[in-house]
Design a protein around this ligand. Sequence first.
Ligand SMILES: [Zn+2]
Length: 126
Amino acid sequence: MTSPIPQQKLAELRAALLAEQQELADERERLMEAVRAYTQDSEGHGDYGDNPADQATEVFEQEKDLALVDALTARSEQVAHALRRMDEGTYGICEVCGQPIPIERLEALPSATLCIRDANNMRGRA
Ligand SMILES: [Zn+2]
């Protein structure tokens, strides 16, 4: 089975995916730097015992950033996955039911590898 998407459209969607991958990488790098800054800060001063409230805030901020990093990593894996499917020629075909994914959906969400119905089913199970 080959991708049902016309070459021209495929090129556009690939460009969109590559741009998204770059954006996600930049954002991830920015967050990682923020997390590293927290860590260096705590090592440098060693004064966590003095102010538990500050410590709690910093740990919270750091955990929030790490959760965002995880989310960005998951998104960029999904984008990479979609790009791999493009290379394999299976992009635009639902991974669950094997039906073509409507082009409107791919334009709205180039990293989609499931049709709307199966994406909703997945969410329901999660
Ligand atoms: Zn499907």
